[in-house]
Design a protein around this ligand. Structure first.
Ligand SMILES: *[C@@H]1O[C@H](CO)[C@@H](O)[C@H](O)[C@H]1NC(C)=O
Ligand SMILES: *[C@@H]1O[C@H](CO)[C@@H](O)[C@H](O)[C@H]1NC(C)=O
Ligand SMILES: *[C@@H]1O[C@H](CO)[C@@H](O)[C@H](O)[C@H]1NC(C)=O
Length: 287
């Protein structure tokens, strides 16, 4: 190899770097790193969001379980959106982090790593907010108040069926029930395993107000309790008319009312007859 060949090779290399590398590195200056990269998750619907709105560049999201390969959601590649729905990409018990990459419109150069911002760690099982449960109040045959809670539906599906939170948390799912006598401030708290609860310790003839939240003791801190439902109150216990007054009194009252109605009808009939009898005489006097 003579010196000219070496020199030309070197020049060629420099040229290559200039042609390929330089435009990319110029554009990197225009790319803005994502800010405020954050997870929001409600009943396992999980969205990664960030800012600012991109101008002349796009974002690509790469997420991974700790220590595993990076994955992408096809909807969040070279996107001009500032959020990415990862609901169906995440294993419920996985612990994830995500990178939001800023990429130029003309594709990235292999030599330059696009600027990115990394999210905090997120685990659907431990971090998703559980929405407020719906519930019904009933009085059973023993006159006990029964609270029937509907396990909230999640955004996740299996075999074409929506999963509810009991399908996911199983034995880890409890409910917290806060209740108080209507009009009183003394609140009691109860933790239950089942979705159906019978109350044996309530004063009869009293209205009580109940509020319910999912409770997952295996979680940390304030993630344990889900959203509280709005309070619902049991009706003030009313005895039926028969229980309160007995058949004789009600029968008597009915008889009196019937007699009164008959009297009124008789009166009306009698009056009408009188008026009709008098009318012809009135005509006669006019004519
Ligand atoms: C990031 O969050 C801060 C405060 O939470 C807010 O003031 C700022 O506007 C946000 N930036 C973007 C790009 O959304
Ligand atoms: C975006 O690109 C257009 C056309 O190339 C240019 O006119 C505009 O100034 C660019 N905007 C920004 C914020 O760089
Ligand atoms: C959820 O949090 C608990 C308590 O910090 C931890 O022991 C558990 O491993 C976490 N679960 C998952 C799936 O990461």
């Amino acid at each position: 190899m003579d010196s000219t060949t070496v020199m030309f090779s070197a020049l060629f290399l420099v040229w290559c770097t200039f042609v390929n590398g330089s435009p990319a590195s110029l554009e990197v200056g225009k790319l803005t790193k994502a800010t405020n990269v954050s997870w929001s998750s409600y009943n396992f619907k999980t969205i990664l969001s960030w800012g600012p709105k991109p101008v002349n560049y796009t974002y690509t999201v790469e997420f991974s379980r700790v220590g595993k390969d990076k994955l992408r959601n096809p909807h969040c590649i070279r996107s001009t959106e500032t959020e990415c729905d990862l609901t169906n990409e995440l294993d419920v018990k996985g612990v994830y982090s995500a990178d939001v990459l800023s990429e130029s419109l003309h594709g990235t150069s292999d030599y330059v790593e696009p600027p990115f911002t990394r999210s905090k760690k997120f685990c659907p099982y431990n971090d998703t907010l559980i929405g407020s449960p719906e519930f019904k109040l009933k009085v059973n045959e023993n006159k006990k108040t029964v609270l029937i809670i509907q396990d909230p539906i999640t955004a996740l599906h299996k075999d074409g069926r929506s999963l509810n939170i009991r399908d996911i948390f199983k034995k880890n799912l409890k409910y917290k029930i806060a209740y108080n006598k209507a009009g009183s401030t003394g609140q009691k708290m109860l933790i239950v395993d089942e979705s159906k609860v019978e109350f044996n310790n309530l004063d009869e003839d009293q209205s009580y107000c109940f509020s319910v939240a999912a409770y997952i003791p295996s979680r940390k801190g304030d993630k344990r309790v889900g959203e509280w439902s709005l309070p619902k109150c049991s009706p003030q216990e009313h005895k039926t008319l028969f229980e309160e007054y007995g058949l004789a009194v009600i029968g008597g009252a009915a008889l009196i009312i019937l007699a009164f109605v008959i009297a009124v009808i008789v009166l009306i009939v009698v009056c009408c007859k009188r008026v009709r009898r008098r009318t012809p005489t009135a005509k006669e006097t006019i004519v």
